[in-house]
Design a protein around this ligand. Structure first.
Ligand SMILES: [Zn+2]
Length: 198
């Protein structure tokens, strides 16, 4: 389990920021882990702000909702850049569904962290073809801490790192996950792609 680094309380004048990334496939508990970290910061009376891309409209507009319905209120934004204005005065900035943001995400997170904000971003590291997803690789490169969480392969019970799509759509972004996706291990993912002729 991720343990927060100790930040000296002796000098409140110096705020130290850093970047944490929580990545993995679908059904790996990324959002649950994000919410766990954010709730602990809230209990410590830190100022927490949560952002998600407006594209993710699966659930309530204002909530980061994980699949176990553990919700925290969040602000939908169009561009990563918007976080600089809205999150600059926070102690902690949480980002959900980070893979859907534009390529400016890593730079924005670096700016926030440099100005003393703790940034925690959760997102899919790979798309349904097993390719690195959007701004995630760049964000993982500049992060201090990267936690890869795993799901369980629906086919064989092994550790799953891939999000396999059962639908014929070629769109990279396809929401409404439970019907269309399943978590698969490397072997069963390859097997599935072969059967779909991809
Ligand atoms: Zn498997």
């Amino acid at each position: 389990m991720f343990i927060e680094p100790r930040v000296g309380n002796d000098n409140h004048a110096i705020r130290r920021g850093w970047i944490e990334v929580i990545c993995g496939s679908m059904f790996s508990g990324k959002t649950e882990e994000l919410i766990r970290r954010l709730n602990r910061a809230k209990i410590a009376k830190q100022k927490v702000e949560i952002f998600k891309p407006t594209i993710d409209k699966r659930y309530h507009d204002e909530d980061v909702v994980s699949h176990n319905a553990n919700a925290i209120r969040s602000t939908p934004i169009d561009f990563a850049q918007d976080m600089l204005l809205l999150g600059g005065s926070c102690d902690v900035v949480g980002i959900d569904e980070a893979q859907f943001f534009d390529d400016g995400l890593a730079e924005v997170c670096v700016k926030l962290a440099n100005s003393g904000v703790r940034v925690i971003a959760a997102g899919l590291d790979m798309d349904y073809l097993g390719k690195p997803f959007g701004p995630m690789p760049a964000l993982m490169a500049v992060a201090e801490y990267v936690t890869k969480v795993h799901a369980i392969c629906v086919q064989c019970g092994d550790i799953a790192t891939y999000s396999f799509r059962n639908s014929p759509s070629e769109q990279q972004v396809l929401l409404g996950e439970t019907e269309s996706y399943e978590a698969r291990c490397r072997h069963c993912f390859q097997e599935g792609l072969r059967k779909q002729n991809k």
